[in-house]
Design a protein around this ligand. Sequence first.
Ligand code: PNS
Length: 166
Amino acid sequence: MESPTRRCVCPGSFDPVTNGHLDVIERATTLFDEVVVAVLHNPAKQGTFPVQRRLELIEEALADDVRARVRTVAFADRLLVDVCRELEAGAIVKGLRGGTDFAYELPMARMNKHLTGVETVFLAGDPALEHVSSSLVKEVHRYGGDITGLVPDGVLAALREDGPRV
Ligand code: PNS
């Protein structure tokens, strides 16, 4: 009998995706058969990039072998546990840049476990990308700083074209 697909969800706002996110997504594909990158958003809040553009920027940035194991899907106004249930995903995968991330993530991991039993797997973030977040790269770029190497090329181009609304 075939074993069931081991599927995880990598959730986030991804506004926009950074090289830190990509590192976690790529590493998740080595642990699970399928990784669903879930772009969770609140339609009442305008982000920097429209949700469809966030999805495109993630997909464009994935290497071909990684993309083969990744699905990218948007969800509006949903609990993460309900998204996991709908996708039949047994685990949530998140990266931790440091202690502040851990303090923020731990109660959410416990709450999600409490709600449906879904597990959260934390991956130790690449220390070279510890300072990278979507909000910081947008701010640095907006004021003329160089964010090369911190975001995929497509994101850099998109920020140059559209200009972020920080
Ligand atoms: O990229 P972000 O903004 O750090 O992602 C946070 C996100 C979207 C993963 C988190 O806010 C979330 O899980 N939102 C979905 C709503 C939900 O389930 N809230 C209860 C968490 S215990």
